[in-house]
Ligand binder design. Structure first.
Ligand code: FAD
Length: 279
């Protein structure tokens, strides 16, 4: 399909992009275009103007910051797939997104802003306890990942605002992302990210988060409770799976029934924790 007509503007800096977005309430930012362009072609959206932020080089980086990381919004899925530093869940999740073409164009900022309820990065940033850094007409602000996702395709972003960075305060020593989908690299029926701090076989701290199951990505707090402070073993994995299945608010759609999704949330949680712990 041919997209509706729109004006095109290539922003030269973050400030330039914010100014252009603020001037026109029907303008939209264009990053990698891997979600926005298909929506335009389907005529599901008809923005008056696309503000291309894709050439703002200062937004593309992965940097170690203390025990954590900062990731520029324009960092592509492929950049993260190649990342060999701490937070091993990043390359593990990146390589499960779409295909090589999608990964070389699509960006982490675009994925988080788009907030597809079955996208992979939202579960990962929730499990990492990340902060989403935002710039806008009223200045910069930070939103915890847990408050950022508000519903399907709905986030805390306001008119004229851009995601600039994902801040991971502390990379977990053990982490994993497991995605259950109908076919290799399809969107998740259930995806679970695990971030684990363990010592001497004991799970001291854990964050688990699921995507693809309900209307928005969620922390699996009951499943976390089932594991926290326990000695890692098969019994804990089973209890985590059971708690995860019970606590998710699953939906039915063309990909899967709610019942199947609930079961797969448990399976994905168990596998993610097993993989993170190396059991
Ligand atoms: C065939 C196919 C398969 C896919 N498979 C998967 C998959 O398995 N898993 C998965 O998670 N995703 C998948 N995707 C989506 C893909 O990951 C996209 O790259 C991603 O959702 C959007 O990133 P983008 O940079 O392309 O954003 P764009 O398409 O350019 O923008 C998407 C939206 O975000 C806004 N936006 C972009 N950047 C910013 C920013 N910095 N600040 C504020 N708003 C911004 C845009 O205005 C737009 O509304 C798939 C897409 C396709 C077409």
């Amino acid at each position: 399909m041919i997209p509706p007509q729109f004006e095109y503007y290539r922003a030269s800096s973050i400030d330039d992009a914010i100014k252009a977005l603020s001037e026109d309430p029907n303008a939209k930012a264009l990053a990698g275009g891997q979600s926005l362009i298909p929506l335009l072609k389907l005529r599901a959206l008809s923005p008056s103007k696309l503000i291309d932020i894709g050439r703002i080089r200062e937004l593309r980086y992965i940097r170690q910051a203390g025990r954590g990381l900062t990731i520029g919004a324009l960092t592509t899925h492929a950049d993260l797939e190649r990342w060999a530093g701490p937070c091993g869940v990043l390359p593990e999740a990146a390589r499960q997104i779409g295909d090589p073409q999608i990964r070389s164009m699509g960006t982490i900022g675009g994925s988080l802003a788009h907030a597809d309820p079955a996208a992979d990065w939202p579960a990962v940033v929730l499990a990492l306890g990340a902060m989403i850094k935002i710039a806008g007409p009223s200045g910069p602000r930070e939103v915890p990942a847990e408050e950022f996702f508000q519903g399907p395709y709905t986030t805390a972003l306001q008119q004229g605002e851009l995601i600039t960075e994902v801040l991971v305060p502390e990379c977990p020593p053990k982490s994993s992302y497991v995605k259950i989908a109908r076919a290799y690299n399809d969107f998740a029926i259930a995806g679970v990210a695990a971030a684990v701090w363990a010592e001497g076989g004991y799970i001291n701290e854990i964050r688990l988060a699921a995507t693809g199951v309900g209307l928005k990505p969620v922390r699996l707090k009951k499943a976390e409770e089932a594991a926290r402070g326990r000695k890692a073993g098969e019994d804990v994995l089973l209890e985590v799976a059971e708690a995860a299945s019970k606590e998710v608010d699953a939906i039915s759609d063309v990909r899967a029934s709610a019942e199947y999704r609930r079961a797969m949330a448990g399976v994905a949680a168990r596998r993610a924790l097993r993989r993170a712990l190396g059991l």
